[in-house]
Design a protein around this ligand. Sequence first.
Ligand code: 13P
Length: 249
Amino acid sequence: MRNQIVAGNWKMNNDTAETEILLDNLMQHQIREDVSVYIAPAFTQLTQSVVKLKNYPIAVAAQNMNAVASVAHTGEISSSMLKGVGVNTVILGHSERRSLYGETDDSLKVKVIKAIEDGMGIMFCFGEELSERKENKHFELVKMQLDSALFDLPNNAWKQIILAYEPVWAIGTGETASPGQVQEMHAFIREQIKLQYDSELANQVSILYGGSVKPNNAKEIFSMTDVDGGLIGGASLKSDDFMAIVNAF
Ligand code: 13P
């Protein structure tokens, strides 16, 4: 059985005081053992979150990392810095990094290789824009994103990878992909892994959906055969909503 995962991407939200409150509220909840739960706070809140969640079953992930180690890159963070504060998982390829900060499939490939080498877990995000879906190019585009950034990796690197399909048109818009659209794409992604590698690996990789997942739609989305959980933005900022999503399996 594949790992069931719910991760909260806090994006550029929650300063120290707000993080304290949200973590206190999250920690009021009992976490089910059959779901791996992550939060991804801003860099400045990573240590605070790791320390606070020390004896609590929520893992802390970063939202980005640089592809190189200690060099002159003002404003950047390396994998060893993340590991040094107890963070062993990183989100890479989020559409906001791609559209606002110029990350490309090629630059992401380099980050992925570095993260794998350094033993980091990766939540790799990808997904089409609305215009690409309207032109019926979404499968082609997703295949290209996976091909360029991930499909040269050796089979054993995939133990470190969680995929997150996030159609850009569904992020922060309140417009969720329908469960049918999500299942169709997730099945397509699994098929691509099977074609590139083998069916054993294809059946092991967890594929999350992200894009306006809320307590009222999570259950239906998570019930789809090829959906193994969610990467949650807005709803991860409210503890009750986030926990309702965790409990939607
Ligand atoms: P929303 O849940 O706010 O649509 O954000 C999804 C997302 O971008 C998670 O990475």
